[in-house]
Design a binder for this molecule. Structure first.
Ligand code: CO8
Length: 372
């Protein structure tokens, strides 16, 4: 058995930003158009007018101030309201592979490694741009990596579930050096015309490199323990899938995009996550006081404040539980890894922290790490 360690990490950030004010202006223009088109039905009381969105609501309800996206113009066009991402030829790199490659290259550079030294690539994300061949295998080829690669999807928890899979394989010796990449184009999958959720998501890609501690060429985080759990729920759901044609459902139905019952998610996931982290730490003999940092899934600031307080038994101090959602919004599986990547360099030898993601499924994954 080998000790698995995180020796590199990286984030690809798209170069286009949508602020809350820009988002709300586009949504409200769309709502005005919709209300004008449906004026007669609204006048007779057959349909409700579409209400306006508000930047104040967004920032107060979620903590989100802006989001990075792969295409801004299509998304903000009131006559379109989704990104414009032109199809690529089959012999060109796919967009997800390209984003992941950028993050992976940063992780490899940090660890002092090359793609050729990698022998496992896991592409862990909420959505994959095609059914097959696996995006991970394309990334493996672009990196010049060895071994094998596969895609996996546990929605927002994909990163931690991917880290558990990779860490277990490095521990057992079936892989020597593993990249877990999370390219998330959440904008392609969000219903930007739904006021209740149009502000939630952004795009990004992250990567972590996991190798044997004895192979590390610089500072590292030893993966002390991982724990994953799932419990079925329909409260975050998307019914799009390969059987759509066979169901005779080719129309643009609302449930073919991201759907959630946000209030229920909030209420049900909070206790699940708090007790998951607490139980995991107890099982490993860790106390709340041992924790230097909590890198949580980035869906909602109030949610994170609550979990931080429950886990630590007090209000987290500045920097103990860093949020990045004000800049990136919810980037599904990538959120906790962005927080880790941007807020872990200052930890010293022996410092301990928890990476935790949670979301659709329901699913929750925690990774206990120690700086070495
Ligand atoms: N502007 C103004 N008012 C609004 C808006 C808006 N944009 N939206 C809603 N309102 C109004 C509502 O109509 C309501 O009005 P009223 O009180 O008169 O009925 C009022 O504001 C309150 O609405 P809500 O109860 O919906 O608002 P909340 O305070 O609950 O906040 C949140 C909404 C922010 C969505 C919150 O519920 C939340 O964060 N929930 C948890 C979400 C979460 O963690 N989800 C995880 C999903 S991520 C995941 O698992 C990945 C899935 C795969 C990703 C796929 C990529 C797309």
């Amino acid at each position: 058995m080998y000790q698995p360690s995180i020796t590199g990490h990286g984030v690809f950030t798209p170069d286009q930003i949508i602020t809350n004010d820009e988002l709300v202006a586009a949504f409200n223009a769309y709502a005005d158009l919709w209300n004008a088109e449906n004026a007669q039905a609204i006048a007779t009381g057959d349909v409700e007018p579409m209400p306006q969105s508000s930047s104040d609501f967004i920032v107060n309800a979620s903590g989100i101030e802006q989001r990075y996206v792969m295409d801004k113009t299509g998304t903000l066009d009131p006559a379109r309201m989704y990104p414009r991402l032109p199809a690529r030829d089959d012999d060109q790199p796919g967009i997800m592979a390209e984003m992941a490659l950028d993050a992976a290259t940063k992780a490899l550079t940090m660890a002092g490694r090359t793609g050729a030294e990698v022998d496992l690539v896991i592409c862990a994300a909420s959505n994959h741009e095609r059914a097959y061949p696996a995006i991970a295998i394309e990334i493996q080829q672009l990196l010049g990596a060895q071994g094998f690669a596969f895609d996996m999807n546990v929605a927002c928890s994909s990163a931690t579930f991917g880290i558990q899979a990779a860490a277990d394989m490095v521990r057992a010796g079936s892989a020597r050096r593993a990249l877990v990449v999370c390219p998330e184009i959440c904008s392609g999958h969000l219903e930007w015309r739904d006021r209740d959720c149009h502000f939630i998501f952004g795009d990004v890609a992250t990567a972590v490199l996991i190798e044997r501690s004895e192979d590390a060429q610089g500072p590292r985080f030893d993966i002390v323990s991982t724990r994953c759990a799932t419990q079925f729920s329909n409260n975050i759901r998307n019914n799009n899938g390969f059987l759509r044609r066979n169901h005779d459902q080719m129309d643009d139905r609302r449930d073919m995009q991201f759907m959630q019952n946000g209030r229920k998610v909030f209420k049900e996931v909070l206790p699940m996550v708090s007790s998951h982290i607490g139980d995991h730490m107890t099982a490993m003999g860790w106390q709340a006081d041992d924790l230097k940092r909590l890198w949580l899934h980035q869906a909602n600031k109030t949610m994170n404040d609550f979990i931080g307080k429950k886990v630590l038994g007090r209000v987290p101090e500045d920097g103990e539980q860093p949020n990045i959602l004000q800049d990136y919004a919810n980037t599904s599986s990538a959120g906790s890894i962005i927080a880790f990547s941007k807020h872990s360099d200052d930890l010293e030898q022996g410092d301990r922290g928890v990476i935790c993601s949670f979301g659709a499924g329901y699913s929750v994954g925690s990774v206990l790490v120690e700086r070495a």
